[in-house]
Ligand binder design. Structure first.
Ligand SMILES: [Zn+2]
Length: 306
């Protein structure tokens, strides 16, 4: 430990139980628990110290203290107070077993540009600000573009999809569609399926492709619009803030890339529909980039987790 002992604290989601006098188990939300059956009293003493540093460490047995703290740090059970997130959601994400599998650091955006207008747009902007996410007002290509519409405004969604692919900008779509929230796809240009890939695949698998085409070409003013209220507003804010936080952290394995998430607010059902890149997509396949190895690994992890 380079830092002082008192700079560390037991992760607030981790707790421990004693089974009799000879077993101690450290428990965390994802079930990756650690059981000790030796030196139980000394270990409990050290854990108590890190939970409440006003508890004095009476005698330190370095042979136990050093390997124990190393183990706790490697598991994320013992964290630096300086690095601890102020949000419980992020602290839980920090405990995820794949927390070290991150998307390419150099490509991660630091801020979000919000495109669109209407109720959802305003709602989500406030929610992101509350989560201390930086909003970029000038749609900087290094920011994450978030396209939000109160209805299936395909004209706007497609236009923003094309623009993002051309600028090589990460983009996430969020819209209200037939009484459901649709989140995604989250597009990393050159690597994952774009909105056009998703739309074409949806048309191809639809039993009524002509009707679907007519729907996509409807005048946006005729389509049902998001009106919101209790339940819907909070649900929308929560889902999108979760997605954005995970994208900015690079936690693509928990995020689930290359899919559209449909949320039914009435039945509280979440459906993940995986989408593949169309080899001949008119929007995204002109770039002759191959999916990166890093991305393949993440996809693999995503499948293992789902
Ligand atoms: Zn595409």
């Amino acid at each position: 430990m380079g830092e002082k002992k008192t700079d560390y604290i037991i992760h607030p989601e981790v707790h421990w139980v004693h089974v009799g006098n000879d077993r101690l188990q450290l428990r965390q939300p994802n079930g990756d628990n650690v059981t000790f059956d030796k030196h139980v009293l000394e270990i409990a003493n050290i854990l108590n110290f890190f939970k409440q540093p006003s508890n004095k460490l009476e005698t330190i047995n370095e042979d136990i203290f050093t390997p124990l703290t190393e183990l706790l740090i490697s598991k994320g059970f013992l964290i630096s107070k300086k690095e601890m997130s102020s949000f419980q959601f992020e602290r839980i994400a920090d405990l995820h077993p794949n927390k070290n599998i991150k998307y390419k650091e150099n490509r991660l955006p630091k801020s979000v540009s919000i495109i669109g207008e209407g109720i959802l747009h305003n709602l989500i902007k406030n929610s992101l600000l509350e989560a201390k996410i930086k909003i970029n007002e000038s749609d900087n290509p290094n920011s994450l573009k978030l396209v939000i519409t109160d209805s299936d405004d395909y004209l706007l969604l497609n236009k923003e999809n094309e623009k993002a692919i051309k600028r090589n900008q990460l983009v996430l779509f969020f819209r209200w569609s037939n009484g459901l929230f649709k989140i995604g796809p989250f597009v990393t240009p050159g690597e994952t399926a774009c909105l056009e890939c998703a739309t074409q695949r949806e048309i191809a698998s639809n039993l009524f492709p002509d009707e679907m085409n007519a729907y996509l070409n409807s005048n946006v003013t005729d389509l049902p619009k998001y009106q919101g209220g209790p339940v819907l507003d909070n649900l929308a804010s929560s889902i999108i803030t979760r997605q954005v936080l995970l994208i900015l952290r690079g936690d693509y394995d928990v995020l689930g890339t290359s899919s559209i998430l449909t949320v039914d607010p009435l039945l509280l059902k979440f459906k993940h529909s995986p989408i593949l890149r169309l080899p001949k997509c008119k929007v995204c396949s002109s770039k002759e980039q191959q999916p990166s190895k890093n991305y393949h690994n993440l996809l693999l992890e995503t499948h293992l987790n789902n």
